[in-house]
Design a protein around this ligand. Structure first.
Ligand SMILES: O=P(O)(O)OC[C@H]1O[C@H](O[C@H]2O[C@H](CO)[C@@H](O)[C@H](O)[C@H]2O)[C@H](O)[C@@H](O)[C@@H]1O
Length: 267
């Protein structure tokens, strides 16, 4: 792949030890599938990330998933796993939980979630094919496997917003999903803090979904060169409109990361 021309990318390539590479998980490192529990990482991603990690200042996955789930889905029996990527940090639950060097740090679960667990099954009753994903610090309602995913999502939006208001949670919309999660953290704040912590001199962030827009904002707001990469899909177009580089889904992200690694290795 020919690397696209972009000033943020050029800054990253010129000074890789100061670069932070931020990546979303679902839709960016892993292809979208019907069952969230089966969203395995692109098979070549861990190997490419392991090579890239040797050259850059830091690699961070910023995801709505719990870090433990991202690690499990990023495991491979035949090659490197996500956990093998040197120095990798995973900021899960939009930055609420952190995995690093084999340890997870997490706040206690928000109390309003108990009520959500009781009420959600009642709200979705009657909507065929809807899936509730309990993630510990958040609960997501998926409509991808319902007969009319878009219409079901729209019908559920009001009742789920009401439940969020009653329980002190916020609604995080995504690709055929509405998630109830605690307020106060988002991918933008998580990424900004990580950039400050690492004293980053450049940043790249790749994402595919609405929750990644906050990280795009953080790239723009950071006082360092940055590049926003969209893992393109027909499902969400808002990111492509704001991206500096658009690639073709997780395979395109892996291709871009590989091309960056090759350039840094002079190969
Ligand atoms: O921040 P991310 O890593 O992108 O996580 C966002 C949500 O991703 C997952 O749902 C999405 O991927 C599923 C598997 O491909 C797909 O079935 C679903 O339709 C997508 O919305 C995950 O299940 C959620 O918990 C994450 O919040």
């Amino acid at each position: 792949m020919m690397l696209p021309e972009h000033t943020g990318l050029e800054a990253l390539l010129a000074d890789p030890s100061g670069a932070v590479i931020g990546l979303d998980y679902d839709g960016t490192l892993a292809p979208i599938v019907a069952d969230p529990a089966s969203a395995r990482i692109h098979p070549e991603a861990p190997g490419v990330l392991a090579e890239l990690a040797k050259r850059v200042g830091g690699i961070v996955i910023v995801t709505g998933r719990p870090p433990g789930t991202a690690l499990a889905l990023g495991a491979s029996a035949s090659g490197p796993s996500l956990a093998d990527v040197p120095g990798l940090v995973i900021l899960g639950h939009y930055g609420l939980e952190r995995w690093e060097a084999g340890r997870i740090t997490a706040p206690p679960p928000f109390r309003g979630l108990e009520q959500v667990r009781e009420r959600l099954p009642i709200i979705v009753r009657g909507f065929g094919g809807v899936l509730i994903e309990d993630k510990g610090q958040a609960v997501a309602v998926h409509t991808r496997t319902s007969p009319d995913p878009e219409a079901t999502l729209e019908e559920l939006r009001g009742p789920i917003s009401d439940l969020a208001a009653e329980t002190g949670l916020v609604v995080e919309p995504g690709r055929l999903v509405l998630e109830l999660r605690p307020a106060g953290m988002d991918k933008g704040r998580a990424l900004s803090r990580f950039l400050a912590e690492r004293r980053a001199r450049s940043v790249m962030f790749a994402g595919d979904d609405l929750g990644d827009l906050a990280a795009f904002d953080a790239v723009v707001a950071a006082p360092i060169p940055g590049v926003r990469v969209c893992s393109g899909s027909a499902e969400v177009t808002a990111l492509a409109e704001r991206a500096d580089i658009v690639v073709d889904g997780p395979a395109g992200v892996v291709e871009l990361l590989r091309a960056i690694t090759q350039r840094l290795n002079g190969s």
